[in-house]
Design a protein around this ligand. Structure first.
Ligand SMILES: [Zn+2]
Length: 149
């Protein structure tokens, strides 16, 4: 059976699962929180937008994903599964230049019809900011489903 990769949004974690090819597209329960995790393509890593921290490897080997690279970013708090930046209260602050650029890129991808959420639903340019602020996964790839909402 081939090995596939899945992403759990609630754990911000990536894990591998051996599955029959015909079941590869179906969600798999996360090994930590048992919520459904959607399959991700290896080529999607580079386009993932993660607002808080990096997705981590499950089981936790101390490594995280940043874009398509595996990086070591040790979590210094006593709760190893939580990124220190995730639970900080978030005052309304000015967006950094990087964030503005990223939003601009995401919106122009959306206008070209090339922006999808984690599940392959098309994302409209008008939805980009809100989804970005909610920490939703936005990836530049051709959507398989029509826009949501
Ligand atoms: Zn999970």
């Amino acid at each position: 059976m081939p090995l596939y990769e899945y992403f759990c949004q609630s754990c911000n974690g990536i894990f591998e699962e051996l599955r029959p090819i015909r079941e590869a597209r179906e969600p798999v329960p996360c090994p930590e929180c048992y919520k459904d995790a959607a399959r991700i393509m290896p080529t999607s890593f580079a386009a993932f937008t993660f607002r808080d921290g990096y997705p981590r490897r499950i089981p936790d080997d101390g490594k995280f994903y940043h874009l398509e690279k595996k990086v070591s970013r040790l979590v210094s708090s006593g709760r190893p599964n939580e990124h220190p930046e995730i639970n900080k209260p978030e005052p309304k602050k000015k967006r950094s230049k990087g964030e503005l650029e990223e939003l601009k890129d995401l919106r122009s991808a959306a206008r070209r019809g090339e922006l999808s959420d984690l599940y392959g639903n098309a994302v409209r340019a008008t939805q980009v900011t809100q989804m970005y602020d909610n920490g939703r996964v936005l990836k530049v790839s051709t959507p398989v489903n029509p826009p949501i909402g």
